[in-house]
Every structure is written in structure tokens, then in C-alpha cells.
Design a protein around this ligand. Structure first.
Ligand code: SF4
Ligand code: SF4
Ligand code: SF4
Length: 257
């Protein structure tokens, strides 16, 4: 009987905390059937064996150093599909906070004199260097969404990543809106898919899944203002996860004018 080879999957890490890879390990423990459907050939966090032959590459972590470029291009050349895994790979993640400052200042603040040895770049999505075939947002990624994406890729179907705001999920859960009690929440501009977990537990959304494609930031400012929250509070909150998108849209705005 002819043996059908399983799709070969590889995981790679760039600049990030490796929390998304840990979430993958966690997902595989609750969905062991997936391990029967694929062959994992590269996953530094979980195994020592390595192979350069794979079809699907999941890349965690952002592009932050000149030497990342060659490695990313090499992964792209070998893989039929590249998926950005988590906020760092998808949108630069928390690391993009440093993009507001001159990089030389950041370097000397963090490393002092020895910073001269390093040549960091602003934190950017891997898509700045290579085309990607999909992304799984979040910091960290959502376990069930990871399983859904892999399952759909194996069935040659497009992963389903929502492009509507967290508020939709929050309202479906019948949560009381936090804005009404004077708490800042980025739900109206943030991509759904996590089940509005933070507002459900009484904390405003921090925007870890990134902004939807058409975020109404001025509408959110208006709503916050109506409930006694200042623009400064909103701006501060948006910086944690949305710095890359904010700086990019400012720059694109300048380029258009
Ligand atoms: S997205 Fe968050 S959890 Fe994932 S690697 Fe980056 S910092 Fe870590
Ligand atoms: S709590 Fe946040 S996510 Fe929920 S409805 Fe209000 S603004 Fe939207
Ligand atoms: S509610 Fe917001 S901050 Fe919390 S997990 Fe979802 S997207 Fe991330």
C-alpha cells in the first residue's frame, strides 16, 4: 500500500518572547489528533531534530535586526506557505513601542556603551521582508484559532480571521460596556477572534490582535470623551500593541498630502 506523506510543518522564532510557540505546544496537547495529521520537522522550543524540508512555515517574532532578512528570505524560499504567528510577526508587537524613538537612543538606553555592538532596526512585521500567506493575530495567539487555521490550511481552505471589532463578540456575550463605567477599552477598533476575553473579565481591550482594516479611531475618541476619558488616555493605551499601525498610518497620511 502506498504511504501518503504528511504535510511537513516548521516553526521559527525571531524577536518575541516565544509565548506564541508555547501556546502552540499547549494547543497540541489538547488537540493531539493534529499531530497525527502533520509532521513537525523544526520546532526549537519543543524538539532538537531539525530539517530544512517543509511546506508550511510558522514564523513567530518580529523583524528587528539586519541579519533577520537573510533568514526570512531563506524560509520563504523553502516553504510553500508562510504564516505570521502572533502580534510580533504580524505587526511588530510590543517591540514596536521603541519605534517612536530614534533607534540610537533606544540602544544606548538599554545597553549603555556596549550598545554600539548592536544594529537594531525599528520592530516591523515579517511581511516587510517577505510575502506571507496568512497570519494568526494576538499576544499570545488564541489556541483554538491556531487549530482552526492549521485545519483549514490542510484542507486547502483560507484561514478564517475576523475583520470586525471585539465589540461584536462583547455584545454577543451581553457584557456591560466598560466605556459606560469610565474604563478605556480598544474593543471598537480591535480585530475580534479572542471572544472579547479581557472585557469579559472586566479589563479594557489592549488591542493585542491589531486594528481592523477600517478602524474608526475618531468615533472611539468621541465615545471616550462622552464618558469622561481623555484623548491622552486613549493615545497611551493604543501605543502598547498598535504602535506599528499608528506610525504607518501617520506616515501614509503624510505621503498622501
Ligand atoms: S506575540 Fe506576544 S506572546 Fe507572541 S511572541 Fe510576541 S510577545 Fe510573545
Ligand atoms: S467593553 Fe469594550 S469591547 Fe465591550 S462593548 Fe464596550 S468598548 Fe466594546
Ligand atoms: S480583548 Fe483585546 S487585549 Fe484582550 S485578548 Fe482580545 S484583543 Fe487581546
Amino acid at each position: 500500500m502506498k504511504t501518503v506523506s504528511k504535510p511537513r510543518i516548521a516553526f521559527f522564532d525571531f524577536t518575541g518572547c516565544e509565548g506564541c510557540q508555547l501556546t502552540v505546544i499547549d494547543s497540541l496537547q489538547t488537540h493531539p489528533e493534529l499531530l497525527g495529521a502533520v509532521e513537525i520537522v523544526n520546532f526549537r522550543e519543543a524538539m532538537s531534530e531539525k530539517s530544512d524540508h517543509y511546506q508550511i512555515a510558522f514564523v513567530e517574532g518580529g523583524y528587528t535586526r539586519p541579519e533577520d532578512e537573510k533568514r526570512l528570505l531563506d524560509i520563504r524560499e523553502r516553504a510553500s506557505m508562510v504564516i505570521a504567528l502572533g502580534a510580533c510577526a504580524h505587526l511588530g508587537g510590543v517591540n514596536a513601542l521603541r519605534n517612536w524613538q530614534p533607534q540610537a537612543e533606544v540602544r544606548s538606553y538599554v545597553y549603555g556603551e556596549s550598545g554600539k555592538k548592536y544594529t537594531p532596526k525599528p520592530a516591523q512585521p515579517i511581511e516587510r521582508i517577505i510575502p506571507i500567506d496568512g497570519f494568526i493575530p494576538g499576544c499570545p495567539i488564541d489556541r483554538e484559532e491556531f487549530i482552526q487555521v492549521v485545519t483549514r490550511l490542510l484542507q486547502n481552505r483560507q484561514p478564517r480571521i475576523p475583520d470586525y471589532p471585539i465589540c461584536v463578540e462583547c455584545r454577543l456575550k451581553e457584557n456591560a460596556c466598560l466605556l459606560l463605567s469610565g474604563k478605556c477599552c480598544l474593543g471598537p477598533i480591535t480585530r475580534a477572534g479572542c471572544g472579547a476575553i479581557c472585557p469579559t473579565y472586566g479589563e479594557g481591550c489592549e488591542g493585542c490582535r491589531g486594528m481592523i482594516s477600517t478602524p474608526n479611531i475618531s468615533g472611539l475618541k468621541f465615545a471616550m470623551n462622552e464618558h469622561g476619558l481623555s484623548e491622552a488616555v486613549l493615545n497611551e493605551k493604543m501605543r502598547l500593541f498598535l504602535s506599528y499601525q499608528l506610525i504607518k498610518s501617520e506616515k501614509d497620511g503624510h505621503d498622501r498630502h
